[in-house]
Design a protein around this ligand. Structure first.
Ligand SMILES: Nc1ncnc2c1ncn2[C@@H]1O[C@H](COP(=O)(O)OP(=O)(O)OP(=O)(O)O)[C@@H](O)[C@H]1O
Ligand SMILES: [Mg+2]
Length: 347
């Protein structure tokens, strides 16, 4: 991963403006003039007795499913929304400390939020970010940041569609003249595919696998369209009846069947968004196609499946996991020109 701790460079730390993509699965931070400086799983490990933070990011992620009773390794975001503000604030503070934020170095922070965020959630995100060390906080809607990060010509009087499949959400937007014209967010993402896999292997083979194993199965043999049918995944889990280890071999066909439900929710939401777009803009999409971003968009065959369902060309961008933060980063670099993109603060 491209992760640079500012202190390692030995240079004088100056307050660099930061952009944060606080995702359900991964948190990325972009520093102006520098690029992506942090890329970690959105996970925090806590001592449940004292509420002390034991680890954040990758280190905490390693602990998922492996903790003794008094340690909780948790994802503080669910379905794109913050479920526990105290814990989220702690996590943001620790991650920002890693990139050099301190009492003496309080940067301007642009934070990417789900487009369907409520006013209450919005204020809470702002507060958490300010308490974590930001001098001022700006918000941008994730699909807008994703469109900018995907390099779409958002200022043109022309329809462009971006689909962002994250861990907890799938957000589709049509953008034209610098604004979102049609939007369809659903709180179903790639984690729901992992759960469907967990449920399937338990139901079909009677073995229990953890969420990290389910994710590995998804990346190894998961697909939304037949693409690589010859591969197999050998999986070790715990037999729920005997409690003993058991190995099974999974095929792409059975996993595709097992994950069909969340995949359909995702593709249906894209189709609904197309239905919302004004006819002229919908027509533009025939030529421009759909830009697919987000880690969930990397599911094998997902772009083919989407192309088949929508009858439009679908293009998976080069760095799907980074599009949102890179788009927000572009906004930082051209702050005065692009600040019209930011959501208004109600304060
Ligand atoms: N090669 C791959 N195939 C399928 N899924 C993948 C692949 N690589 C990553 N993913 C999935 O992508 C998801 C993470 O994507 P991303 O980082 O875009 O989510 P996020 O931005 O944190 O979530 P959200 O936007 O919903 O809040 C994870 O569920 C992960 O399993
Ligand atoms: Mg995301």
């Amino acid at each position: 991963m491209r992760q640079v701790a500012p202190r390692e460079t030995g240079e004088l730390i100056i307050a660099r403006d930061l952009a944060i993509d606080l995702g359900t699965a991964n948190t990325l931070v972009y520093a102006s003039g520098r690029g992506i400086v942090l890329n970690e799983p959105t996970v925090i490990a806590l001592n449940s007795r004292s509420n002390d933070v034991l680890a954040v990011g990758r280190e905490a992620w390693q602990m998922i499913g492996r903790t003794p009773g008094y340690i909780i390794a948790a994802r503080p975001l669910r379905k794109g929304a913050i479920t526990d503000f105290d814990i989220t604030e702690k996590m943001i503070r620790l991650l920002l400390q890693r990139v050099g934020v301190s009492k003496l170095n309080r940067p301007k922070v642009l934070i990417c939020v789900p487009s369907a965020i409520t006013a209450v959630e919005r204020r809470a995100v702002e507060e958490a970010t300010r308490h974590a060390g930001a001098s001022s906080v700006y918000l941008i809607e994730q699909p807008m940041a994703a469109a900018i990060g995907a390099g779409l010509p958002i200022h043109e009087p022309m329809g462009n569609m971006v689909v962002d499949v994250g861990g907890g959400t799938t957000e589709t937007a049509v953008v034209s003249l610098g604004g979102i014209v049609a939007l369809e967010p659903v709180r179903v993402g790639s984690f729901d595919i992992d759960s469907a896999i967990q449920n399937y292997v338990r139901r079909e083979y009677g073995i229990a696998v953890g969420e990290r194993t389910a994710e590995e199965i998804k990346i190894a043999v998961g697909s939304a369209f037949p693409v690589n049918e010859g591969i197999r995944a050998e999986v070790r889990g715990r037999d729920v009846m005997s409690g003993l280890p058991k190995t099974v071999v999974l095929t792409p066909g059975e996993i595709r069947h097992a994950i069909e439900e969340p995949v359909v929710v995702m593709t249906d939401s894209v189709i609904r968004c197309l239905g919302q777009a004004p006819p002229e803009l919908a027509h533009d999409l025939i030529g421009n196609g759909i830009a697919l971003v987000g880690g969930g968009g990397m599911l094998a065959g997902f772009s083919d499946r989407l192309a088949k369902e929508t009858d439009l060309p679908v293009h998976l961008v080069d760095a799907p996991l980074e599009s949102v933060v890179l788009g927000a980063g572009k906004c930082l670099e051209a702050f005065d020109k692009l600040k019209v993109m930011f959501m208004r603060s109600d304060r």
